[in-house]
Design a protein around this ligand. Structure first.
Ligand SMILES: Cc1cc2nc3c(=O)[nH]c(=O)nc-3n(C[C@H](O)[C@H](O)[C@H](O)COP(=O)(O)OP(=O)(O)OC[C@H]3O[C@@H](n4cnc5c(N)ncnc54)[C@H](O)[C@@H]3O)c2cc1C
Length: 457
């Protein structure tokens, strides 16, 4: 049987698109065989391709598509601990365990991510300020290393390898399985409030008074300037208690699971995402929330995964794709860096349709994990080519001056020099990775761009 097929792969931003020889194993034995059969080529795992840029791409190398490694191996209903293969997705977990009264402890803004991808990017959710990242709820990872050994690592056993793998972008080995602690919930409903915020100061005031909510996030209108800069809609919620009833008329109040309600059937024309449509979208979205606070009981899907209702929504950005830029900067009472970023965006007119802002909690992990205490802002830009790249370079300087960093799981263009300043634990991470993979068998296009993956193998 032919093991490797040449495929063009891309991340969620559809930029860049790169060719690799791919294999789609269904069993762990086939993963071992793929490692043995890679010849002189480097290797990389690719989950559901929901990182935006080139983290899950390896031009000219060998890529293991992990989605079919999706067995659930063990579950303890008394504690919520579940052991799964790395290709299991958040969607699989929710569909399997919500009917049994459990929910994943941390979920990103889409349910279409694998557990391997969630660990390799140490993903965060709306509850970072309370529960930390996804990997704060992982107790064990089974890793296939470059030497072909299966190493079980956790915070006590091979802790350095464990922490280098957390947020390690697939460069320490291929995650075969993990153990994750699910949280008990009464049902699928979320008790939530939406608050219209008038500007950035108002956002921080609402955020400060929302500590009692386990989940918080805010959409921000990044076209608004002057006194309205930072206006948006703040959403906060928690899993609803037993007996809660969905509010009438709430989208999702009657649905059982997330299934896309519509699909973007083809690439939209590149001109669709222009200054005018962006302004109209941002204005209309802002106006949909009345003044003050509204409360409702919602299904989990529109609260956690609103974009999953539109399949292939990334095609709206046209065939040039989109770039996402997510930053975190340390706390600052004046919020100077966030203001400078928003000013730079409005000045250039290259606003973002989907901009999300959130205050992280205090928990941070070593290595290449992204979250650190402070404020995170995520922005989607249509790919305008050079002018956009110039703007993002400018934002990098603001982020660096503030002592922050950008999220590598969303990145497609950061320079090596900026990256090395943003991740101060890099040398230690490299040391651990080089001990376990001295020849750099595991590589990625992002790793090459940022100087993480050499040519050695
Ligand atoms: C709409 C949307 C919303 C999002 N919201 C959030 C959010 O709120 N918070 C957040 O943190 N992220 C968010 N993300 C990003 C997403 O959660 C991460 O990029 C995640 O890693 C994607 O998982 P994946 O299975 O698609 O992995 P891929 O994109 O396929 O791969 C990501 C990385 O994981 C590595 N990897 C995958 N599987 C394995 C494995 N088995 N072993 C070793 N390495 C592996 C890859 O090599 C790559 O480096 C969002 C993405 C989208 C599209």
């Amino acid at each position: 049987m032919e093991r490797w097929s040449e495929l063009e792969l891309h991340g969620w931003g559809r930029y860049p698109r790169l060719r690799s020889a791919c294999t789609r194993p269904e069993r762990v034995s086939e993963v071992h065989a793929a490692l043995a059969d890679r010849g002189a080529d480097p290797l990389l795992a690719h989950g559901l391709g929901r990182s935006y840029g080139d983290a899950a791409l390896l031009e000219g190398g060998k890529v293991v598509l992990t989605r079919r490694l999706d067995r659930m191996l063990d579950f303890d209903p008394a504690t919520g601990w579940v052991r799964c293969e790395a290709g299991v997705s958040i969607e699989d977990l929710v569909n399997t365990f919500l009917p049994r009264g459990f929910f994943p402890p941390v979920v990103p803004g889409t349910q279409f991510v694998t557990l391997g991808g969630a660990i390799a990017n140490d993903i965060h959710g709306k509850n970072h300020h309370v529960d930390g990242t996804f990997c704060d709820h992982i107790r064990r990872v089974e890793l296939l290393t470059a030497a072909g050994a299966v190493v079980v690592c956790d915070a006590d056993h091979e802790p350095e390898l464990f922490w280098a793998t957390v947020g390690g972008l697939g460069l320490t080995g291929l995650i075969l399985s993990c153990e994750l602690k699910l949280v008990p919930v009464a049902g699928p409903l979320i008790e939530m409030e939406s608050v219209r915020v008038e500007n950035l100061d108002h956002f921080f005031a609402v955020s400060a008074e929302s500590a009692a909510f386990t989940h918080t996030v805010s959409w921000i209108d990044c076209v608004a300037r002057g006194k309205s800069m930072g206006r948006g809609i703040f959403m906060r919620g928690r899993h609803a208690a037993a007996g809660a009833q969905a509010s009438p008329g709430v989208l999702g109040g009657v649905i059982d699971a997330v299934s896309p309600l519509m699909q973007v059937p083809m690439d939209a024309p590149n001109w669709l995402m222009n200054k005018l449509t962006m302004r109209l979208f941002n204005e209309a979205y802002y106006r949909k929330q009345p003044h003050g606070t509204t409360a409702q009981i919602s299904h989990y899907a529109p609260f956690f995964f609103p974009l999953d209702f539109v399949r292939d929504w990334n095609r709206v950005y046209g065939d040039r794709g989109l770039l996402q830029y997510q930053l975190v900067v340390p706390p600052d009472p004046q919020h100077r860096a966030i203001r400078q970023v928003l000013e730079a965006i409005t000045e250039t007119g290259m606003g973002s349709f989907l901009a999300v802002i959130k205050e992280f909690g205090d928990r941070a992990h070593p290595g290449l994990s992204f979250p650190q205490p402070g404020v995170t802002l995520a922005l989607d830009f249509p790919n305008h080519g050079r002018p956009l790249l110039d703007l993002l370079d400018r934002l990098d300087r603001v982020v660096l001056d503030a002592g922050g960093r950008v999220y590598l799981g969303k990145d497609a263009r950061l320079s090596r020099a900026a990256f090395e300043q943003m991740y101060p634990d890099l040398d230690r991470w490299r040391g651990v990775r080089d001990r376990w993979d001295p020849q750099h068998v595991f590589q990625s296009s992002l790793g090459r761009r940022l100087g993480l993956s050499g040519v050695r193998r």
